[in-house]
Design a protein around this ligand. Structure first.
Ligand SMILES: *Cc1c(COP(=O)(O)O)cnc(C)c1O
Length: 431
């Protein structure tokens, strides 16, 4: 062990003990040519590394921390819940309360099941879709990420994309072969695929706002078209709202765009920074899950009382009036001013945004699918990331991720961010 904690020392030790030194590949910072900062603590919109540096944080634990770090209400709820006992493997009152809150918030939810992660939510929803329809195939979209279950590691986004891994060894071809991955926002491709495999597609999985190839909004008519195809073909529409749920609106992207999926996957924000996920939807479908029905899925720690308390505290705080209006204003201001600053410095960027999630793509754009996102200048992104970090800004260490604005970010924080970006662009634009 190093004599005193510093990022380099801690990470050097971690490299000997954990693959890549991390417990999730996106944390490794390989794409930006640095080794990661080791975080000691967070407070509001900021994180502090073990070296004593402070950063304005736009990662927000990759989406969950919509209230910022260590929000007093969340911390108190966790402390109180933990003091009552950390797990019982038996029903607790908080689970039903959280389930009720989810069902009331998200338009298409009639019943839900709580799980421990977004990955679990998506893999369980897929099993249910297959069980309910008796069909084997699934359609997803290039650059969307639905967790790391076998069926979804085909042209996936997030870390898979950042590391340029096409699929993954360990996923049998027989399983990957049942997944059709199509270009996002391309209804013709969906129509063609459904024609090619009539009666074989169990579900279409989609991020209703893509966040794992960078932010890519649905084109007008795209989600409506998917709903129509699913109705005609008898397959299920599954919205993966693990990022967008309680992010782009209280009722998620489905309330923002007015489309009702058959099943919805949730995670991230609904756990308030603790490990939680959920999937749910139509009562007749959810009734097929064990023990009501034959489709099996279980979890020792599912609905964990401490995690549920963090989720409840977060969702309660989000119900205060004006929260989503304020997040929308902050997101809109930041996206607009970043684009304006880039334009002033003659730097080509394309800024995509929905609500409080946005991505600054280092390319002219527009960006409406993975192929276009991949046209970004990754070496320019790397420089931008490094310079922003030096200016005290903690961004996602990949071009293909979102920036998340939280309720803890103040106007002064946003102004500091834009000014820092403009200084970086002024220095690096080569003018
Ligand atoms: C993060 C994410 C997941 C996976 O959630 P984990 O909690 O990391 O397992 C699934 N779908 C989407 C859209 C996500 O952003």
């Amino acid at each position: 062990m190093p004599t005193f904690a510093n990022s380099e020392g801690v990470f050097k030790t971690a490299l000997q003990l954990m693959p890549g030194g991390v417990n999730s590949p996106v944390r490794a910072w390989g794409a930006v040519g640095l080794s990661p900062r080791v975080i000691a603590r967070g407070e509001g919109p900021r994180v502090y590394d073990v070296d004593g540096n402070s950063y304005l944080d736009y990662v927000g634990s990759w989406g969950p921390l919509i209230l910022g770090h260590a929000h007093p209400r969340v911390v108190a709820a966790v402390q109180e819940a933990a003091a009552r006992g950390t797990s019982f493997g038996a029903p607790t009152p908080g689970e039903a309360e959280l389930a009720r809150m989810l069902v009331e918030a998200v338009p298409s939810l009639e019943m839900v099941r709580l799980v421990n992660s977004g990955t679990e939510a998506c893999m369980s929803a897929l099993r249910l879709a297959r069980g309910a329809t008796g069909r084997p195939r699934v359609i997803k979209f290039d650059g969307c990420y639905h967790g790391h279950a076998d069926s979804f590691l085909v042209a996936a986004g997030s870390g898979v994309l950042t590391q340029a891994i096409p699929g993954s060894p360990g996923v049998p071809a027989e399983i990957a072969g049942l997944t059709l991955s199509l270009p996002y926002n391309d209804l013709e491709a969906v129509e063609k695929a459904l024609k090619q495999y009539p009666g074989e597609v169990a579900a279409i999985f989609v991020e209703p706002v893509a966040g794992n190839m960078g932010v890519v909004p649905p084109a007008p008519g795209f989600l409506e078209g998917l709903r129509r195809f699913c109705d005609n073909e008898g397959c299920l529409l599954v919205f993966d709202e693990v990022i967008t749920g309680f992010r782009v609106a209280w009722g998620g992207a489905q309330s923002l765009y007015g489309i009702k999926p058959d099943l919805t996957c949730l995670g991230k924000i609904m756990g308030g920074g603790l490990p939680v996920g959920a999937y749910g939807g139509r009562r007749d479908l959810m009734g097929q899950m064990a023990p009501s029905g034959p489709v099996y899925q279980a979890g020792t720690l599912s609905g964990n009382p401490v995690a549920v308390a963090a989720g409840l505290a977060t969702l309660e705080a989000l119900q205060e009036p004006g929260i989503y209006e304020s997040l929308e204003e902050k997101g809109a201001w930041l996206a607009r001013e970043l684009a304006a600053a880039a334009a002033r410095q003659g730097v080509l960027v394309s800024v995509n945004r929905v609500g409080s999630m946005l991505t600054v793509f280092c390319t002219e754009g527009p960006i409406s699918c993975l192929k276009e996102a991949k046209g970004s200048d990754l070496s320019r992104f790397q420089t931008f990331f490094q310079e922003m970090l030096a200016a005290g800004l903690y961004l996602a260490p990949s071009q293909f991720e979102a920036w998340f604005v939280s309720t803890a970010h103040q106007q002064g924080d946003l102004e500091y961010t834009v000014a820092a970006a403009e200084r970086v662009w002024a220095r690096t634009s080569g003018r």
